[in-house]
Design a protein around this ligand. Structure first.
Ligand code: NAP
Ligand code: MG
Length: 494
């Protein structure tokens, strides 16, 4: 941001005031840690890395530079067979292990992740495009916290399900997306292993490297072979895992579209299933709210991980009387967002994960303008010549019928709408097929509790986001909960 500052000339010089341009741009603060990345990675099956039977590999790319980071194996049906067989063979022994021993492995994995957290954060940023300050301060912390948390439950399952004798369900097929790659892996394997299950995990095609690093950590802590198997690959690999007859439980985080496919697969074969899907979450601001605080929360919610967050507050419902003031504050806050090199510690908004995702976001930005909404774009300077970049923006004059108000965009695009009464706010908020999260900004505690009861959302933002609190959705945002004691339930048979 260039700021023009007027300075009074000394009184006695007789000169007129001079004008100086100060450039207030932050100096670059790149994260300098060098991370070793192999040219090629195999599949992690039965405790070791192997070449794929399929003989196929695909490239994973740094979305901020378009540089190829590595080639990664593409697991085919025979590879899935091998991984599921390894998990099936390892499961009875793993389940018979003393629960305190299972906990020790989880504690060791968590501690090793903490010890290697800087390296993992850099790798996550390089492979996914998210700003280093997010990978470092959010993803890595939550990853370790989940594993520590579920390690603590391993020997207390009888207390978690009082009166029942919880048993593991068996081999779990776990399929995760690209927006929080390592964190999602921890969310999946933590409760599964604590309950005595074994896993076949598939990271997303565009962000496989931290899951492969996790495989190295599993080797370092001597996790028994076959307990966790990590298969890289495409959608077909995920589907083959879900369809495999020896996979007893499927845990999926991703799009509602794929979630519906997996719901059919699991219904036909009688498998346990949990789905964490998409969202179009509302933030509601009432006129009595602390507006600066609300705007800060809303802006950080929509640019966090470039808006590629399932529970991002992508709809903003503003009480009509404060609409203009909120829009002014939003525009002002957008001016100071820094978009660019994700490895720079000052960057707020990094690169979009893939060209396909960028195309989807750009499509919606064009649709928003064509539908008659007013676009306000973040006035960032030049963006790097290579990479997948999107200027954060928000739309005003949005109607609830507009596509940008209905569809999940999964990018830094906010749709602003108005309401007059709490009843209207509630109707607008619930007018969506999704039901993942919601935020309420008001000075009145009673109004928060009243709305929280009536909002169709799995999470109402109040204060915390941590391993102790259950997370998950209603309606087309999925079912089942991850986190907290609730997150154990899908991994036990009672
Ligand atoms: P996606 O296409 O559904 O992909 C998610 C995962 O499923 C990836 O590993 C993907 O593999 C795999 N996959 C694709 N097709 C499959 C199939 N037919 N059978 C089995 N697995 C399949 O989702 P995305 O576009 O990558 O991720 C963004 C979506 O995830 C958004 O809608 C977002 O809301 C949702 N999400 C939800 C949560 C939550 O907790 N509720 C968290 C994060 C993201 P490939 O990568 O190889 O295609
Ligand atoms: Mg990548």
């Amino acid at each position: 941001m260039n700021t023009r500052i007027e300075i009074d000339a000394p009184q006695d010089s007789g000169e007129s005031p001079e004008t100086t341009d100060y450039n207030w741009e932050y100096s670059p603060a790149p994260e300098r840690m060098q991370v070793d990345i192999k040219d090629r990675y195999g599949l992690f099956i039965n405790g070791s890395f192997r070449s794929p039977v399929s003989k196929k590999y695909f490239k994973t790319v740094n979305p901020a530079t378009e540089e190829v980071l590595a080639e990664v194996a593409q697991a085919g049906a025979k590879d899935v067979d091998k991984a599921v067989e390894a998990a099936r063979a390892a499961q009875p022994k793993w389940a018979r292990l003393k629960p305190t021993e299972r906990a020790k492995y989880l504690f060791r994995i968590a501690r090793r992740i903490q010890e290697r957290s800087r390296e993992l954060a850099v790798l996550e940023t390089m492979d996914s495009g998210k700003p280093i300050k997010e990978s470092r301060d959010v993803d890595l912390n939550i990853t370790a916290q989940y594993l520590f948390y579920y390690a603590g439950w391993a020997d207390k399952l009888d207390y978690a399900f009082a009166g029942a004798r919880p048993k593991p369900v068996g081999v779990c097929g776990q399929i995760i997306p690209w927006n929080f790659p390592l964190m999602m892996a921890a969310w999946k394997i933590g409760p599964a292993l604590a309950c005595g299950n074994t896993c076949v995990l598939k990271p997303a095609e565009t962000s496989p490297l931290t899951a492969l690093r996790l495989a190295e950590i599993l080797q370092e802590v001597d996790l028994p072979p076959g307990v966790v198997n990590i298969l890289t690959g495409a959608g077909a690999t995920g589907q083959a895992i879900a369809e495999h007859p020896n996979v007893k439980k499927v845990a999926f985080t991703g799009s509602t579209q794929v979630g519906k496919i997996l719901a059919k697969v699991c219904a036909k074969k009688g498998k346990h299933l949990t789905l964490e899907l998409g969202g179009k979450s509302p933030n509601i601001i009432f006129e009595d709210a602390s507006l600066d605080q609300a705007v800060e929360g809303i802006v950080s919610g929509i640019y966090f991980n470039q808006g590629q967050v399932c529970c991002a507050g992508s709809r903003l419902l503003v009480q009509e009387s404060i609409h203009d003031e909120v829009v002014k504050k939003l525009a002002h806050r957008f001016e100071s967002l820094r978009v660019g090199d994700p490895l720079d510690k000052n960057t707020d908004v990094g690169a979009i994960n893939s060209p396909e995702q960028l195309k989807k976001i750009e499509h919606y930005i064009n649709v928003g303008a064509a539908e008659g909404a007013d676009m306000h774009s973040c006035p960032v300077g030049d963006l790097p010549p290579k990479g997948y970049w999107c200027r954060p923006c928000f739309f005003t004059d949005v109607q609830p019928s507009h596509q940008i108000a209905r569809d999940e965009i999964f990018g830094p695009v906010l749709a602003v709408m108005t309401f007059r009464t709490p009843k209207e706010a509630l109707e607008l908020a619930n007018n969506t097929p999704y039901g993942l999260s919601a935020g309420v900004w008001t000075d009145k505690g009673a109004r928060i509790f009243e709305l929280a009861k009536k909002l169709d959302a799995g999470v109402i933002w109040c204060n915390l986001f941590d391993a102790f609190s259950p997370f998950g959705g209603f309606k087309e945002s999925g079912f089942g909960r991850e986190g907290g004691r609730h997150g154990l339930r899908p991994y036990v048979a009672l």
